[in-house]
Structures are given as C-alpha cells and as structure tokens.
Design a protein around this ligand. Structure first.
Ligand SMILES: Cc1cc2nc3c(=O)[nH]c(=O)nc-3n(C[C@H](O)[C@H](O)[C@H](O)COP(=O)(O)OP(=O)(O)OC[C@H]3O[C@@H](n4cnc5c(N)ncnc54)[C@H](O)[C@@H]3O)c2cc1C
Ligand code: SF4
Length: 529
C-alpha cells in the first residue's frame, strides 16, 4: 500500500480523515484494528517503518550487543545526562520486540494498594469494566493460557482462546518441585501462534529468539502482524510510515485539534481529522502534548492540571539467573509464572510482585557483562553459565510519583526524571525467589542478579514498560484524560496507549493497553456513528 502524501506544496492539506491515530503499537495498532470495520476513514501515522525480516532478527549480537532495533534518540535524565532510551520505532511499536507475556492486571490492581513507599492509587474504573475487553484482547492477540491456575488472577468471562504453551522438561521439573513445596506456579499467558497439536502447520516454530527479538517468521502476536497488516488493503485505512508527529495545532478556542503536524523525509506536512488519538507510547505521547503548547494551552496541550508527563512508571524489575549443576536445555522458556507473592503475605505486609521466566540466557547476549558466576565455578565459561542458567524476571510495582516525569526542553527533547520506588519490596521478592529455588535444587547462593534487556548503567533507559504520563480519571484537576481517554480540556483529542495508566500493577502492561484500545474503540464508534 503506497503511503499517502498530501499533494501540492509541502504542508498543504488535501485530505481530511475521520480519525487520525498517531503510533501503531499496542494502543494505536489495536485501536486502528477495531475502528477499521466502521468504514470511517482512518489515518495511521507511524514514525518508524516496517521492521525488516532478516537473519539479524534472531541473532543476539545485532539485537542485544549492537542494539540494532533500538531508536537512535537521545533523551536526558533528571541530571541532564544524555542516554539512549530502549524504545523501538516500527510499525507495531515496542510489541515488535516484546516478550508477548500477555497478563491481565489483577482486580486488586484497580483499587488503592498500600506499598512500602506509599499508595498505588485506585483507577476510576474497576476490573469488571475491563474484563470483557481483556477477553476480546486475548482473542485478538491469540493468547495461550490456562485460566484458573494463577492464584492472583481475576474472574474471566471467556477461557483463553488457546491452551497454555507446554513447559519443556527442565521447566516442568521446576514447576513440579515448586508445587511440591506448596507454591502455585502456573502457565504464563503467551501471545505466540504456536499450535502444539499440529506442529507441521504451526506458524510459531517454538524457538529461543522470542523475548526481546523480532519474530522472523511473524508468529509473535505483535501489533504489526495481528492488528495493522490485516488492514492494509482496506480502502478506508491509510498507513503513513516515516511520519513523526511533532506537534498538534488547535483552533483559537483551544478546544479542538485542527492540525497534526508531521515531519516526513525532512518535510513538514499537516493532516486534519475529526478525532485525533495520540498513541506514541507514554514518553512520546507526553512529548507531543508538551511540545504543542500554545496560547490557550501554555503548559502544553491538555495540561491545565500540570499532570501531562508526570507519574511516569516502568516497574521495579530485576533479571535473575539461577545456576544449577544440570544443564538447562530449554528452548522457549517463558512458560512459567509465580504469583504467590503478588499480594501481602503473612511475613510481609506489602505486595512484592510477579515472578516469570524470560528468554533463555545465551553467551553472545551476555557478552560485556561480568561473568559473576566465576565466583562460584571459576572454571565455567560464559557459555557454560548460559547453558546452565534458568532465567527469571522479577517485577515489583513502582509508584506514580508526580516528580517522576517527562518534560521537554526548548528544542523539544525528552527529559526523564525518575527515582525508583518500592526497593524493599523488590529486594524481598528476590529473597523469596532465592528461598523457593531451594525446592528446585538450585541453591540460594547460585541465584544471581543480571540484566538481560538493558545496560543498567543508566537504569532509566530501560523504559520497556513505560506508562502513566497522561493518567485517566474523573477529576480534571488531577488527571489528563476522562474515563473514555479523551482529554478533559479538548473535545476531539484522545490518548490511547500506556499513558493512561493511573498505576501499573506488577504484571506486564501490553494486554491492558490493547484491552483499553478496544474499549475506547467502541466509544469512538458510538461517537462517530
Ligand atoms: C524488549 C521488550 C519486551 C517487552 N515484553 C513485554 C511482555 O512480555 N509483555 C508485555 O505486556 N509488555 C512487554 N513489553 C512492553 C510492551 O511492548 C509495551 O507496554 C507496549 O508496546 C506499549 O504500547 P504503547 O501503545 O503504549 O506503545 P508502543 O507499542 O511502543 O507504540 C508506540 C508507537 O508510536 C510510535 N511513535 C512514537 N512517537 C511517535 C511520533 N512522534 N509520531 C508518530 N509515531 C510515533 C512508535 O514508533 C510506536 O510504533 C516489552 C517491551 C520491550 C521493549
Ligand atoms: S517462539 Fe515463536 S513467536 Fe517467538 S520468535 Fe520463535 S517463532 Fe516467533
């Protein structure tokens, strides 16, 4: 499908759309998908391009060592120090690289939760409001799972559309040992197109290059493959790639967005739409709004409350490897989850979070990190460590603090000030993992911290789970969006990505962004009817 470009002089507007969606990731791609059937004209503006299918997709060196698929952006931390954020600008957004662990938030996550460092606020809507949309999102994104196994999960109106991805022998053994020890390990929800009953016809080949890699065979349920590509032949949907939205213009009253300003191939273009939906990811959505300040919105668009950019969250995470004498030959490792510490326990009054598996360690991706394991087994090479490692990802909720925020400077660059919260909870979760692994034969002192996704020299750069810069709520003084994710201060501006989260819970955020996009999509269809 050829990209549209307004004809005539650069910047001349020739086409008007019913809906303009900015960003094609979990939020924007899913929203476009659900609106496409309405027949309304939809323009999807994406700053990236389609991610190339190439052998590098599945090669840890270009992916993890060279950072081939990471944006070249420079952002600045709270002290003004530049860093390269781990963001991904492609059709499908961050979902092109994500691990496709598609969890629902728990019912309790929608209510106020007391944490060691403060309060995680209640959402203006509850789990019951989101439940039907979670079910629809799970069907759209072909999530594999077994309802009822996860002790922390809420009720579901529909079963998972596909059975859980089976554990490989090493992981099954860990599962069985944990269950014998009185814990409740469960099959993690996975968005991969694996048909274990019919492997010859399965799209997914069950490989080891899933978490943090693009899927070479397009078998990962990402927003590109699932949501955007199926729309490309539709006459009412136009996708323009390489189109970076730099600013939104309003009418003199400031109540309506009248122009979406785009930089494409070094040229300025302006598009117009009845409804404009910003889905650029939490930091970039805030950036667009802040950089759109005008006389009616001097602090940035929709920012009379001063909340745009604030309350940035991205989870308090740890990557951990457990080393055992026996090798771990698991290929696809992300099949197990543990939520026994998601809520307060008898020994600790605060929630600790979620434990799940991550992609299998490999020596190439670990290059450059200090092989701490040599402290235990001096004769082990990095390859030995990678072969024996069992890899866990620990997620603790971080709190929406107003001072953790995105701002922009005079040149429009992102500045991201962030201080971690709930370190004590995260530390205790790590302690619990070490304890429970005693049941699996992996001794406590063989459980090591490592980080697989990012260079932890600049923790703030690891913004994979970024959320919360335009939270939704009922009070315009304390929130940016209303419960339909429409900006309180404008009549035709919406934000539909992880920005709307008032809190982030301790599970991965993408399914909630997808479910919310389907929810808002229905609202927009009613509005446009
Ligand atoms: C390595 C990695 C692993 C992850 N694993 C998981 C997981 O297992 N489970 C899970 O739930 N989540 C996971 N996540 C997080 C998940 O991918 C995100 O939460 C989700 O994609 C966020 O959706 P979004 O719509 O807010 O942003 P995105 O999906 O990032 O989409 C934003 C889109 O906007 C585009 N854009 C940005 N600025 C502009 C602009 N100015 N103009 C036009 N377009 C713009 C971007 O190019 C992008 O396509 C992972 C993320 C990463 C990076
Ligand atoms: S496990 Fe399946 S979905 Fe994941 S990268 Fe491999 S083939 Fe793709």
């Amino acid at each position: 499908m050829p990209p549209a470009r307004p004809a005539g002089d650069s910047g001349t507007v020739t086409e008007h759309y019913d809906v303009i969606i900015i960003g094609s990731g979990a939020g924007g791609g899913t929203l476009a998908h659900t609106l496409a059937g309405s027949g309304k004209s939809i323009l999807l503006l994406e700053r990236g391009d389609f991610l190339a299918r190439e052998m590098d997709n599945w090669d840890p060196r270009p992916v993890f060592v060279d950072g081939k698929y990471i944006s070249k952006d420079t952002w600045y931390d709270g002290d003004g120090k530049p860093f390269q954020p781990q963001v991904h600008y492609f059709v499908g957004g961050a979902t092109k690289l994500y691990g496709a662990a598609l969890y629902r938030l728990r019912p309790a996550d929608f209510a106020e939760i007391k944490h060691v460092d403060g309060i995680s606020p209640a959402w203006p809507l509850g789990y019951d409001d989101f439940e039907p949309w979670y079910s629809r999102a799970e069907h759209l994104y072909q999530v594999h799972g077994n309802g009822g196994e996860d002790p922390a999960e809420g009720h579901r109106s529909q079963p998972y559309p596909s059975p859980a991805v089976s554990h490989e022998p090493r992981i099954q053994q860990i599962h069985d040992d944990l269950a014998k020890g009185g814990y409740h390990p469960f099959h993690a929800p996975c968005g991969i197109m694996l048909n274990e009953a019919d492997r010859p016809r399965s799209t997914c080949i069950r490989c080891t290059w899933c978490d943090g890699y693009p899927c070479l065979v397009h078998a990962k349920s990402d927003a590109d493959v699932i949501a955007v590509r199926p729309l490309l032949e539709r006459p009412n949907v136009t996708l323009v790639t390489g189109a970076e939205v730099t600013r939104l213009e309003t009418d003199p009253s400031g109540r309506a967005v009248t122009g979406v300003v785009v930089s494409r191939d070094g040229e300025r273009e302006v598009y117009t739409g009845d409804i404009v939906v910003v889905c650029a990811g939490a930091a970039n959505s805030a950036k667009i709004l802040l950089n759109s300040a005008n006389d009616q919105h001097p602090q940035g668009l929709a920012n009379g409350s001063g909340q745009v950019g604030r309350n940035y969250m991205f989870h308090n995470c740890k990557a951990v490897v457990a080393l055992a004498k026996e090798p771990n030959d698991t290929v696809f490792q992300k099949t197990l989850g543990i939520n026994d510490f998601y809520f307060p326990t008898k020994d600790y009054a605060y929630p600790m979070g979620n434990i799940q598996m991550i992609g299998k360690s490999n020596a190439e991706a670990m290059r450059g990190e200090k092989p701490k394991a040599t402290m235990i087994s001096p004769e082990w090479t990095l390859s030995d460590v990678a072969r024996h490692a069992v890899d866990f990802w620990l997620t603790t909720e971080d709190l929406p603090k107003p001072e953790n925020r995105v701002t922009t400077d005079a040149d429009g660059n992102v500045h991201l000030a962030y201080e971690m919260t709930n370190d004590d909870e995260a530390f205790r979760l790590y302690g619990e993992l070490r304890k429970i692994l005693n049941h699996t034969g992996m001794a406590e002192h063989h459980v090591l911290r490592k980080n697989f996704y990012m260079d932890m020299d600049i923790p703030v750069a690891g913004c994979a789970h970024q959320a919360g810069t335009c939270r939704f709520g009922t009070d315009p003084a304390t929130s940016v969006l209303d419960t339909n994710c429409k900006a309180h201060e404008l009549d035709n501006l919406y934000v539909v990505d992880t920005s709307f989260f008032p809190s982030i819970g301790a599970v991965n955020p993408a399914l909630t962004a997808m479910a919310n996009a389907l929810r808002v999509g229905e609202h927009l269809q009613e509005r446009l009817a």
